[in-house]
Design a protein around this ligand. Sequence first.
Ligand SMILES: [Zn+2]
Length: 231
Amino acid sequence: MGFSSALVLFAHPDDAEFGCGGTVARWTAEGCTVHYVCVTDGSAGSNDPGTTREAMREVRARELAAAANVLGVSSVTILGELDGFLEVTPETRRKVTREVRRLRPEVIVAPDPSRLWSGTGYINHSDHKAAGALALSAVMPDAPTRVLFQELEDEGLEPYEVPNLFLISDDGDTFVDITDTFDLKIKALQAHASQVPEAFEARVAERARALGERAGCTYAEGFRAFRFQDD
Ligand SMILES: [Zn+2]
């Protein structure tokens, strides 16, 4: 793929590693500058009685920084929306558009907002769908259209056309071979100590192996790839 820069947009601090951690590790190793933008504060990440949002917020920011460091990510921005209640509003669209116009990435990687569930054992989190929808609306029309969020011009942020979009998907059309970076994906996921259950590795490996089978390699991550400009 050979992107020079990427913005990975996601709802919760551990989403990027689960969805595309191996790809991020591979791209950074190849010289791509990868930026993380985490839309919520991750403060709903514990169901333990007595755990507060305030305490969780700090834990998760620390874990995200550690995971990003494992993968060679250049910057981490947390937009701080309340975990569990992410919505597509003019305010959240402005916040995401600000980051897109500031970072001007060659590709945005984001969750697929059309994913409602997987199989019969997983309902997709509402925040994931909202983060994906925010990525789509940033690509078209928010980031490239001057009169939308014209106030961002006062911050020196010019409109920007995003050339490529990768939506994380298990039934997409594009695969990244993560055989060489699978260990780094696992190591980055381990940084999210408050989140990953016992023996999570087997489940992650199973998914990467299933995608690898379709891609013709040992481990892969899958995407639906959009290209908006001719080379
Ligand atoms: Zn999540």
